[in-house]
Design a binder for this molecule. Structure first.
Ligand SMILES: Nc1ncnc2c1ncn2[C@@H]1O[C@H](COP(=O)(O)OP(=O)(O)OP(=O)(O)O)[C@@H](O)[C@H]1O
Length: 247
């Protein structure tokens, strides 16, 4: 008999994941028994009414937040079984995270911001590698600029480059276009689309049906639970579906 190993299909798998804030009658089940796979090489958007648990789910999936119940797997690595040191190492090398507010370090140039995760992971960043990452987000000519000398859209692209410099298996983005005007948002979404087309796994929380429609699939949350999933939908269909769950 031959044994074949089944390749892990999902970039991130959640099994029965719950995250509860507070205790007793005041307890909030921000994520409530969620079982969900984010496919490898796919771009998934997470939508839902305000307070439905999107950010908490994203943080649990990225190992930024402990879960109260269930398991989170990155590929076949169990994040929920990892100790703090292992989790820190995983977050630095195998996971990238982009925030709505960019979170760049103001005193550092674009290329220094991008090199930071490599330094934190104990590597000596090569200037060529850092410049290549900056080039990939269309900002080769902004290497020496500090965040305040960049537009919001450029800052977010530096933040994406910083998240990507370690070649993470999954890029998580929490409202990456939430602070951008529509032109800058489109540039950032074009970049994410190109990355997904090149095989990058992306999980993105957004309120914007237009942004969600650029993803391959949209997962809808309500009261901490997954209530719906659609694929290949345009912005109108995403907006209609979101409105239905907001009622
Ligand atoms: N640290 C915390 N302590 C207590 N309650 C929290 C905490 N973080 C989130 N919550 C609660 O958990 C629920 C889900 O919050 P979460 O931020 O995940 O929702 P969201 O869908 O991302 O919301 P929004 O769209 O408004 O950003 C909310 O009821 C929120 O008040």
């Amino acid at each position: 008999m031959t044994t074949t190993l089944t390749p892990v299909r999902a970039a991130i798998s959640l099994y029965g994941v719950s995250r509860v804030f507070g205790r007793g009658p005041a307890a909030v089940r921000a994520v409530d028994d969620v079982t969900l796979e984010f496919p490898r090489g796919g771009w998934t958007a997470v939508m839902g009414p305000s307070g439905s648990g999107k950010s908490t789910l994203l943080h649990c999936a990225a190992g930024l937040e402990k879960v109260d119940n269930g398991r989170v797997l990155l590929g076949d690595t169990d994040l929920t079984a990892a100790g703090d040191a292992e989790l820190t190492a995983l977050r630095r090398t195998r996971i990238g995270f982009v925030f709505q507010s960019f979170n760049l370090i103001g005193a550092l140039t674009a290329e220094q911001n991008i090199a930071l995760p490599l330094r934190l992971a104990g590597q000596r960043p090569s200037r060529t590698a850092v410049r290549a990452t900056l080039d990939a987000v269309g900002l080769a000519d902004r290497a020496r600029h500090r965040p305040r000398e960049l537009s919001g859209g450029q800052q977010q692209r530096v933040a994406i480059a910083r998240a990507m410099v370690t070649r993470p298996e999954v890029l998580f983005a929490d409202e990456p276009t939430g602070a951008l005007d529509s032109t800058a948002a489109r540039t950032v979404l074009d970049l994410l689309r190109a990355m997904a087309d090149a095989g990058q796994s992306i999980v993105m929380v957004t309120h914007d049906p237009g942004a969600a429609a650029r993803a391959d699939a949209v997962v809808f949350l309500r009261d901490g639970r997954v209530v719906d999933r659609i694929a290949g939908a345009d912005a109108h269909r995403v907006a209609d579906r979101l409105a239905a769950w907001e009622r």
